[in-house]
Write a protein that binds this ligand. Structure first.
Ligand code: HEC
Length: 147
């Protein structure tokens, strides 16, 4: 018996192929859009532009959105100066030191409501400074009434 020439088998193979193919296509388009959305932002600060480039290159954008929409990690929109909850009722203000620590040693403080999935990034100081400048440029927290 030769299954390869069975007409129903052909149909099934084609169907599975089409489903997998379209998943791949839509997945790629989705990731491409995620990436190009963040690439669109223009800042006065050259350093912030560099930070944006680093975030794209290093793949931070895969988990951190910059438009406030949900992601694997907290959105970077209005993150600067925000008060984050971590651990048992402890809080920390998002400033330079905290961002540096979050990049070099993410498990040190796990933001409430998020999983401990971020890898350590061993980055050089200039790249960290640029990422901080970029996050700064994404703005201060907006009071609830103004959102
Ligand atoms: C695999 C997904 C993932 C990637 C990639 C990732 N992060 Fe994260 N990040 C997270 C998650 C989840 C959290 C929240 C949990 C925690 O505190 O570790 C987080 C937290 C943070 C925080 C603290 C945020 C806050 O609201 O307090 C900063 C800053 C940060 N990440 C920066 C970066 C930078 C910079 C990069 C790229 C170099 C990056 N992350 C890449 C998942 C990711």
């Amino acid at each position: 018996m030769n299954l390869i020439h069975h007409p129903k088998r052909y149909l099934l193979d084609t169907l599975v192929g089409l489903v997998l193919g379209s998943m791949l296509l839509f997945g790629s388009v989705y990731i491409y859009r995620l990436n190009s959305d963040s690439r669109d932002l223009v800042f006065d600060s050259q350093l912030a532009m560099q930070g944006q480039q680093s975030s794209n290159n290093l793949g931070c954008v895969a988990c951190h959105t910059v438009d406030g929409s949900p992601g694997v990690g907290p959105s970077w929109l209005h993150m600067w100066g925000r008060t984050e909850k971590y651990g048992k009722g402890r809080t920390v203000t998002v400033d330079e030191a905290y961002i540096r620590e979050s990049i070099l040693d993410p498990p040190a403080k796990i933001v409430e409501g998020f999983p401990n999935v971020m890898a350590r990034y061993y980055l050089e100081e200039p790249e960290i400074t640029a990422l901080i400048e970029y996050i700064k440029a994404l703005g201060n927290p907006v009071p609830p009434a103004a959102q």
